[in-house]
Write a protein that binds this ligand. Structure first.
Ligand code: RM4
Ligand code: MN
Ligand code: MN
Length: 409
């Protein structure tokens, strides 16, 4: 018997004693889904440069292979998100992408249009004062709907780099009108069962103003557009000290939380591995999600990683992020909600806080190992990946073919 098996037996016993449905917790952990972004498996970096890895994926086909390998070891990532900018096919057809992914056991998730890379975007995309750019961006949006259909994706993920650099550069109100007009055109082109996820970001590349700068602006825009539009929260897109879990709670309550871009940061939009810098914050976010789940709110939410693996090997960084996120969810599932509610109603601040922290402090590794084994996976996905020799195999096979996603070399 491995040590984790003994630890799992003790933990399961203790949780049952507390009246927790351990089988139910395991079932929910098995149903967790995290989308893998196609672009994260390739070489990615910072604006200062990219450190290349031998064997990094260069084509959409390589990316599918890599995501399938990650899924083989983690078991909760059967979906790959695609970025139209970096995932172009040789002939502009995307039906073969869906087919190849399906052969590898993957579905295609969120489709991301390109609104930032290209000379035409100097003053923005749909908010640009240049009419031709607004029109060509809308035409691109419509093409993204076609691409999504061909790949059987039902979700369009929208991040706009639109903003200005100097006071007076453009009319902030007119830009707001252009924003709504552009998104309205996309919204109308979407199928009735498609969802539009609108991401916000406080600054960069615009350093004076950003057209969708915060969750308020995203929510306002989504409300104007209609029920198919929801807010996407990228965990790196807030100023320091912002209480992200409270934003999550509010959006959940309003039925407008559509998706996450999971990553972690120390300072700004650092795109570090999910749960690597502030695991408590990730846990508290999941605590709100579990709370909403248990109160039967609408929790059809897309969880996607959006990270940049600058120095660590990409696939290992992604696996580690998946495991960290899984851990946060597992801990949140263990919160003693009855005691918590009791303490809250009795205004017992200390006990309420202790109840939440006890779940955070719980070692859930044995529980997750058990879940993985029940799913036919290795209890330690990272070790399984390292043992497989996959990194060596792709380095030999793709020699000299790597390409960069972000940051130029
Ligand atoms: C942004 C944002 C978007 C991503 C771009 C490249 O900061 O996170 O999701 O598509 O970067
Ligand atoms: Mn993002
Ligand atoms: Mn970002």
């Amino acid at each position: 018997m491995a040590i984790w098996e003994k630890q799992y037996a003790v933990l399961a016993e203790a949780l049952k004693d507390r009246g927790l449905d351990v089988e139910g917790v395991k079932a929910r952990l098995k149903n967790q889904v995290i989308e893998l972004p196609s672009w994260a498996v390739g070489n990615s970096g910072t604006r200062y440069g990219t450190f290349r890895s031998e064997g990094a994926a260069a084509t959409i086909w390589d990316k599918i292979d890599d995501c399938a390998e990650i899924q083989r070891v983690v078991g909760i990532c059967p979906v790959m998100a695609s970025h139209v900018l970096w995932d172009v096919t040789e002939d502009g057809r995307y039906e073969p992408v869906r087919k190849y992914a399906a052969e590898k056991g993957l579905a295609i998730g969120t489709v991301h249009p390109n609104t930032f890379m290209g000379q035409q975007f100097r003053f923005g995309s749909i908010c640009s004062p240049w009419k031709e750019v607004r029109e060509s961006t809308i035409a691109h949006f419509k093409d993204c709907v076609r691409i999504a259909r061909e790949m059987s994706s039902r979700v369009i993920g929208m991040w706009l780099a639109d903003g200005t650099n100097y006071p007076g550069q453009d009319s902030l109100r007119r830009r707001k009108h252009r924003l709504l007009d552009g998104l309205q055109a996309l919204y109308e082109a979407m199928d009735p069962d498609m969802t539009l996820l609108l991401e916000y970001k406080p600054f960069e590349p615009g350093f004076y103003s950003t057209d969708v700068q915060d969750w308020g602006m995203s929510l306002l825009t989504c409300t104007r557009l209609g029920p198919k539009a929801k807010v996407l929260v990228d965990l790196g897109h807030h100023y320091q000290g912002v209480n992200i879990e409270q934003i999550i709670a509010i959006l959940l309550d309003e039925g407008r939380l559509g998706g996450f871009h999971l990553n972690n940061r120390k300072y700004a939009d650092d795109d570090l591995m999910s749960g690597s810098i502030n695991p408590l914050e990730l846990f508290l976010i999941y605590n709100e999600l579990v709370d909403a789940e248990q109160e039967k709110l609408d929790t059809r939410i897309v969880y996607m990683l959006d990270q940049s693996h600058n120095i660590e090997p990409s696939l290992e960084g992604i696996i580690q992020s998946v495991l960290n996120t899984q851990k946060a969810y597992a801990k949140a599932l263990l919160v003693d909600r009855k005691s918590l509610q009791g303490a809250q109603e009795a205004t017992d601040v200390i006990l309420a806080n202790r109840t939440v922290m006890e779940a955070f402090e719980q070692d859930v590794n044995p529980l997750l190992a058990q879940v993985r084994v029940e799913m036919g996976r290795d209890p330690d996905p990272l070790a399984a990946y390292r043992r497989s020799g996959y990194a060596r195999a792709i380095a030999a096979k793709r020699k000299g073919k790597g390409s960069d996603t972000l940051g130029g070399g």
